[in-house]
Ligand binder design. Sequence first.
Ligand code: SAH
Length: 298
Amino acid sequence: MTDSSLPSLTARPPADAPLPGQGQCTLVGAGPGDPDLLTIAAAKALQRATVLLVDDLVNDAVLQWAPASARIVHVGKRGGCQSTPQAFIQRLMLQEVQAGENVVRLKGGDPFIFGRGGEEVEFLRAHGIEPRIINGVTAGLAALTSLGAPLTHRDHAQGVVFITGHAKPGGQGPDWAQLARTAHDARLTLVIYMGVASAEAISQGLGSGLPADTPVAIVQHASLPQQRHAITDLAHLPATMARDKLASPSIIVVGDVVQCVALAAQASRTIGPAGHRDFSEICGYDSHSSVEDRASIA
Ligand code: SAH
């Protein structure tokens, strides 16, 4: 282990270790990318794994917790790219558990937020296997936090909606106009996953129920060293994303809490950064820029 501050992880055997000869499966959230955001429960599960089935948004750095003897299978699945079919992944999971392995299914962020974790659990249960689930920090949570801003705030937002911009093939996407009216009336922050390809539809649809100058943050590779972001408004969302070449994986956050990003950047200049990030370097523009300034150059 590289982190000597957590020596007790190996100090005693886990209470729920598999019985000899009995396989088990644990769905583990690997967090948004920064390996330090892995939970202790996740690190313990990795330490016990004999087989790991790893999604492609998982940072390989978290695999340091797995034993050197563990078999690691990368089973990436990215929209529009060549990927391992879901049915194959599920069959592989089942086969390995039935062969007596201690399988860890490692998924980016949280396994139960847009990770198809629900489908995998249903599949395992249908075959008589009850998996264990370990939460991870979901990307939508890490995205705005990485810019020093909250998702809820008593002055700006009373709740949060995590929503996908990408419909199941053949399925219907979100009703953005309806969602905008609800977000407006209930004062909700919208956190959009997989929204890069739908930026135009999001901007137009949400624009029919929310003011055109509603602030928006786009955060790519949240929590990783290559993180980039832009602050704009609803009307300028597609143009800003195109100009700044913000691509997948990105989170789009819509709502008044995004105003707090500018305040956080300002504070980091006057009282010093809380972490290691210099916002003006990350986003490539003067961190004093307000949301309105940013939108006007978009
Ligand atoms: N289960 C994951 C989400 C999987 S869906 C979670 O809880 O985070 C995949 C989408 O998540 C991506 O298209 C992107 O919208 C988002 N995503 C995942 N990791 C990200 C990251 N580090 N930065 C920004 N967005 C990310």
